[in-house]
Design a binder for this molecule. Structure first.
Ligand code: SF4
Length: 64
């Protein structure tokens, strides 16, 4: 699976970072970075939590 970000919706508030810090980082300029786009089945639950926690609905998972 792959992480997809709707950059027009993201406001870099960092809630996804709390859920999955190994996938997301917000830098000092308040820009979100996706550290790894690919998600293994073992990692999926944490990334799904990040998707759910995003108040802007900016994150989704695609089948690839
Ligand atoms: S939780 Fe959503 S709005 Fe906040 S930084 Fe992550 S993707 Fe952007």
């Amino acid at each position: 699976m792959k992480i997809v970000v709707d950059w027009d919706r993201c406001e870099a508030n960092g809630l996804c970072v709390r859920a999955a810090p190994d996938f997301f980082r917000v830098d000092e300029k308040d820009t979100l970075h996706v550290l790894s786009e690919q998600v293994t089945p073992e990692q999926r639950a944490r990334v799904e939590k990040a998707v759910r926690d995003c108040p802007r609905h900016a994150l989704s998972l695609s089948e690839d």
